[in-house]
Design a protein around this ligand. Structure first.
Ligand SMILES: [Zn+2]
Length: 337
């Protein structure tokens, strides 16, 4: 980049404005605000359940009662939103648990909205946790191999989104990466009377090795094959912009880039190109790597986490989805003078 007008040394000395914390804060271009955070939470049936996820220290699968306590803790620290993932007791080949009226997510949404009405409850809309094969869509098995069917899957995704809306969710967030799902969900919501329900689409979601620890957390690892026939290839940035454009045309209100740290260029381009509210999902391995290195005493957990989130903001993210949301909110409060 070349600047039309910029000072030159010695008249211009950038260090002048770096002399004190107050001056640095005064001219900082990017700020991290607790109001931008979203905490992902995993819910499973039961009472008083806190099942630790080994590869994500500090992250648990909670029963609904425990989950409400966690959400309340985050909310008291001003974290405005949670993103819910459900782990059902039973899985099948049509993901019945995803759109069951009394499914685990639907129950938990009702409970959260009753106990914490001000908290924004975002629900992940996908089928993989509810499918016995662990894929995000309906599978057709042939001699030549298995295929994930796109169009028949849309109906189930739409049904899932409507069931979340009926339970009282504030935002639905489709993460499946089927073509045309945002349109299908928008139409189904509108038909159901939920014209005011926003859609946060996982618009540029890459097939990523950074999702590894999440599979344990959500118990959603595919039994065969992988997700590369529907999630994006990490090599493609221009295609990511087309995916985002499609989702916006189909009715997405917020677009998401996932993973975050490996996609700063995508985030920047998405925000610059479309100017829509943009979310960055700092995924499980991004969290686990910091935890592991910090656990070994190799890095400063707090400093690295804050710097990482600031980088996402600088790249253009308005909304930061992170497993560290509660910690970040606490650190922010502690550092207030
Ligand atoms: Zn999925």
């Amino acid at each position: 980049m070349s600047f039309a007008l910029t000072g030159r040394f010695p008249a211009y000395r950038p260090r002048r404005l770096r002399q004190s914390p107050a001056l640095r804060r005064f001219v900082s271009e990017t700020r991290l605000n607790v109001g931008q955070l979203t905490l992902p939470l995993f819910v499973r049936a039961g009472r008083k359940v806190r099942r630790a996820i080994e590869a994500m220290p500090g992250v648990f699968q909670f029963s609904p009662d425990e989950l409400v306590r966690q959400a309340a803790q985050a909310h008291e620290l001003d974290v405005p939103a949670v993103l819910l993932f459900g782990i059902p007791d039973a899985k099948d080949e049509k993901a019945s648990g995803a759109y069951a009226r009394n499914g685990i997510v639907q129950q938990t949404v009702r409970l959260l909205k009753k106990e914490l009405p001000e908290l924004i409850v975002i629900t992940d809309v996908c089928l993989c946790e509810y499918m016995s094969h662990g894929h995000c869509g309906i599978v057709e098995r042939r001699k030549s191999g298995a295929r994930i069917l796109n169009d028949p899957t849309l109906k189930l995704l739409a049904r899932t989104a409507v069931s979340h809306a009926e339970a009282g969710a504030d935002i639905v967030a489709p993460s499946d990466m089927m073509d045309g799902r945002v349109r299908a969900i928008r139409q189904a919501l509108d038909r159901g009377g939920f014209t005011a329900m926003p859609i946060m689409s996982y618009a540029a979601k890459f097939a990523s090795a950074f999702y590894g620890p999440f599979r344990e957390a959500a118990e959603s690892a595919p039994r065969f094959g992988d997700r590369r026939s529907y999630q994006m290839d990490a090599a493609n940035a221009r295609e990511a912009l087309r995916e985002v454009a499609l989702d916006i045309e189909e009715g997405a209100d917020i677009v998401m880039v996932k993973p975050a740290l490996a996609c700063l260029d995508i985030l920047y381009r998405v925000k610059t190109e479309f100017g829509y509210p943009t979310a960055a999902y700092s995924v499980s391995a991004e969290y686990s790597m910091i935890k592991a290195a910090a656990g070994n005493g190799w890095i400063d957990e707090r400093a690295v986490t804050m710097e990482t989130l600031l980088a996402l903001r600088r790249a253009g993210a308005d909304i930061l989805i992170t497993y560290a949301a509660t910690d970040v909110a606490r650190w922010t409060r502690e550092s207030k003078p």
